[in-house]
Write a protein that binds this ligand. Structure first.
Ligand SMILES: O=C(O)C1=C[C@@H](OP(=O)(O)O)[C@@H](O)[C@H](O)C1
Ligand SMILES: C=C(OP(=O)(O)O)C(=O)O
Length: 411
């Protein structure tokens, strides 16, 4: 599905959008629920990635296709490795077969798991023969993806001897590790993350019956921050359901977007995002996004829409996500008339002027490419190719944009 976005203006009246649950929290809690069926979950994400997680956990098939879902692939690799008697092959999309998993597979093998590569060494698909895991100490590299670490933490308390992980080198995407730790604590699991060491104690008694409510997705909120930043002073959008103290690292958006003249207020489980002042064209936005890699695309495109320069660092994980996001951002922003310089961990955007009209944005099977560029419809007419990619994390994205005044035409 390719779409055109007419140059839009959002309606100046109280605008309210309800966003589905965080896919990161949901996918952790779904694995934990499979291990501790006593817990109930509310506001689970309706994203493709969480749907595929639910499907996989129920599946009795020998081959499970998790499509593009990184967390699902990584968390299930650990989960199925620890399920004695279960034999399963995990596969995924063409891109998933290019996303590395060796660090996690090596760590699980060191703990005694039985995993073999079906096609290419180091990459899915993988065949897992579940076993009782009794070894409990392993060292793994921490600067490639925090998902490997969360995957191990999620199963730690179900292992006879728990787990002690030693993290080697710089730790990337730390808030996601802390999110995992916090959810374990909510279930009464004894776990700690101190310096380079993570410990998870075995849970011998059952988890208390309880309901956990998933907070809405902050990465999805980022596109509304961008919309408000690119709109006139006075624009206000309210999003629910959010908390002032979030488990999601991407909640850092609220302070980052202050630099774009956008203020956030929390009230009654909602956030109001308000444009309070214009940003000067000679602003330079400098950010290290090592803790919040998923909002890099949103921020780069906001800067481009406002014509301001940015210097973003801490982006080394972007090359192994749904696409090489650094190259994709450079290509698409340059089609629109911007100038971008990338290395394997940084992105620099030059200050820009007019934005080219009617450019067709390619989305590279990456939901965040489609959603990050859409707010530019406030500045110019634009097209988005393969717009359905948004369903990976945010299936209602386009209908929510229509609700707030965007004019979308299916081509
Ligand atoms: O654990 C998680 O839920 C995630 C961790 C991050 O990945 P990396 O640790 O690979 O950066 C993030 O980009 C991804 O969208 C979700
Ligand atoms: C990187 C992402 O997801 P995953 O790694 O889980 O595919 C994302 O949602 O931006």
């Amino acid at each position: 599905m390719n779409i055109s976005l007419e140059q839009s203006e959002i309606i100046q009246e109280p605008l309210q959008v309800t966003i589905t649950g965080s896919k990161s929290e949901s996918n952790r809690l779904l694995v934990l629920q499979a291990l501790f069926p006593n817990i109930s979950l509310e506001n689970i994400s309706n994203s493709d990635d969480s749907d595929v997680m639910q499907m996989a956990l129920k599946s009795t098939d020998n081959v499970i296709d998790i499509h593009h879902a990184g967390t699902t692939m990584r968390f299930l690799t650990a989960y199925f490795s620890s399920q004695a008697g279960k034999s399963v092959t995990l596969t995924g999309s063409k891109r998933m077969k290019e996303r590395p998993i060796k660090i996690l597979v090596d760590a699980l093998r060191d703990l005694g798991a039985d995993i073999t590569y079906v096609e290419n060494e180091g990459f899915p698909p993988i065949k897992i023969s579940g076993k009782k895991i009794t070894q409990n100490q392993v060292t793994l590299k921490a600067n490639v993806s925090s998902q490997y670490i969360s995957a191990l933490m999620l199963i730690g308390s179900s292992l006879e001897n728990g787990l002690k992980l030693t993290l080697d080198g710089e730790i990337t995407s730390v808030p996601y590790i802390k999110m995992t730790l916090n959810l374990l604590h909510q279930l009464g699991i004894d776990a700690a993350f101190e310096g380079q060491i993570i410990t998870v104690k075995p849970k011998t008694d059952s988890v208390d019956k309880q309901t956990l409510i998933v907070e809405s997705d902050w990465s999805s909120a980022s596109y509304f921050y961008s919309i408000v930043a690119l709109s006139p002073v006075g624009t206000l959008i309210t999003l629910s359901s959010y908390k002032e103290t979030s488990l999601q690292g991407d909640s850092v958006l609220a302070s980052i977007y202050n630099q774009f003249g956008v203020e956030t207020t929390f009230k009654d489980n909602a956030i109001s995002i308000h444009k309070v002042e214009e940003v000067s064209k000679d602003t330079l936005i400098t950010l290290d996004l090592v803790n919040a890699p998923d909002i890099a695309q949103t921020i780069a495109v906001t800067c481009f829409g406002l014509g301001v320069a940015c210097d973003l660092s801490g982006l080394h994980t972007l090359k192994i996500k749904e696409t090489d996001r650094l190259e994709a951002l450079k290509t698409e922003i340059e089609k629109l008339g911007g100038q971008v310089h990338v290395t394997d961990k940084t992105l620099v955007l030059e200050p820009s002027g007019t934005i080219n009209e009617n450019v067709a944005i390619d989305t590279y099977n990456d939901h965040r490419m489609a959603m990050a560029f859409a707010p530019l419809a406030l500045c110019t007419k634009l097209r988005v190719n393969d717009a359905e990619v948004v369903s990976k994390s945010f299936p209602e994205f386009w209908s929510d944009l229509e609700k707030i005044g965007f004019k979308i035409i299916n081509n």
